[in-house]
Design a protein. Structure first.
Length: 278
C-alpha cells in the first residue's frame, strides 16, 4: 500500500493559506469576547459563526465524538477542554484551540489569555508569565524551523526557550501531547515534539506543513484525562498554557499560515523574515 508523502506541492501549500486565515479570524472573534462572566459556550458560538460565515467548517467537529468548534481549557486544564456553561472568572488562564477546513484543506491554531483580576495581581502575573513563555517557545520553534534540517531541532529550540525563560523551579512540558503535520487532515504525520529527542525527526524541506504547539504547565508535566474523556488536566492542579500555529515550509522560506502577516512581527526578534508562498 502506497503511503502519502508528508511533503506537499506549492499549489497544495497555497490552498492551505485560506483555511489558516479563517482559523485566525475565528480565534480573533473568541479573543475579543474573553471577559469575566462569559461562558466558554459563548466563545464556541463566536468561533463557529466566524468559520461558517467564510464558507468553511469546523474541523474539530470532524473528530469522532466531538461536536464543538473550539476546545476551551481553563486553569489546570491544559488541552481538549469542552466548551459549555462554565463562566470565566477573574484571574482564569484560558487556552483556546480551534481549526477550520476549507475546500478540503485545514488550519489549526491556539492561544492562551489570562482574564484580568486587579484583586490578585500576583496570580495574574504568574499566569501571564506562563503564557508568555509558552508563546515565546512557539515562536522560537517556528524560527528554528526556518533553518532546521530535521524537526528534532524544532523541539530542542522550544525546550531551550522554556528552560531559559521559566522562573526558578522551571515549567513542565507535556510529553504525551505533541504537534503534528497538517494538510488534507487536521492531524497528519510527522509528530513535532516540544522537547529534545534522541532521534533527528523528519527532514525539513519544501512542502512540509506542520502545526507546532507547545503545551506547558507551571508544575509537573503529569496529566490525566477527566471523566468527560476529553479534557486533559494537570495531576498537581498547576496552571497550563497552549499556543499553536500552522506553518508551511516552501522554496523561499517559511510562512505561518494561521497568522495574517505570516508571522513577520513575532519572527523579527529571531532574525527570521517569513516569505509568502509563491
Amino acid at each position: 500500500m502506497l503511503r502519502r508523502s508528508i511533503y506537499k506541492t506549492p499549489a497544495q501549500l497555497r490552498a492551505m493559506v485560506e483555511p489558516g486565515l479563517i482559523t485566525a479570524a475565528a480565534l480573533d472573534a473568541v479573543r475579543a469576547l474573553v471577559a469575566p462572566g462569559v461562558t466558554t459556550g459563548a466563545l464556541d458560538a463566536a468561533a463557529s459563526e466566524a468559520i461558517v460565515s467564510r464558507g468553511a467548517r469546523s474541523n474539530f467537529q470532524l473528530v469522532r465524538g466531538y461536536r464543538h468548534t473550539i476546545c476551551a481549557s481553563v486553569n489546570e486544564q491544559v488541552v481538549h477542554g469542552i466548551p459549555g456553561d462554565r463562566m470565566l472568572e477573574p484571574g482564569d488562564i484560558v487556552s483556546i484551540d480551534c481549526g477550520a477546513e476549507y475546500k478540503g484543506w485545514n488550519g489549526d491554531s491556539a492561544f492562551t489569555v489570562v482574564v484580568p483580576d486587579p484583586s490578585r495581581p500576583e496570580l495574574v502575573a504568574q499566569r501571564e508569565r506562563l503564557s508568555e513563555v509558552t508563546r515565546g517557545s512557539l515562536w522560537a520553534g517556528i524560527a528554528a524551523l526556518a533553518s532546521a534540517s530535521h524537526l528534532g531541532q524544532v523541539g530542542a529550540a522550544i525546550q531551550d526557550y522554556i528552560e531559559a525563560n521559566a522562573p526558578e523551579g522551571g515549567y513542565g512540558i507535556l510529553r504525551d501531547y505533541v504537534g503534528h503535520g497538517i494538510g488534507r487532515k487536521m492531524h497528519e504525520s510527522p509528530s513535532i515534539f516540544n522537547y529534545r529527542t534522541p532521534e533527528p525527526g523528519a527532514e525539513v524541506r519544501p512542502g512540509l506543513a506542520v502545526a507546532i504547539e507547545p503545551m506547558v504547565v507551571a508544575g509537573d508535566q503529569a496529566t490525566f484525562t477527566e471523566d468527560d474523556d476529553w479534557t486533559v488536566s494537570t495531576l498537581d492542579g498547576s496552571s497550563g498554557s497552549h499556543w499553536e500555529h500552522s506553518v508551511a515550509v516552501h522554496d523561499q522560506g517559511v510562512w505561518v499560515l494561521t497568522a495574517p502577516d505570516g508571522g513577520a512581527a513575532e519572527l523579527a526578534r529571531f532574525g527570521v523574515t517569513p516569505q509568502p508562498i509563491a
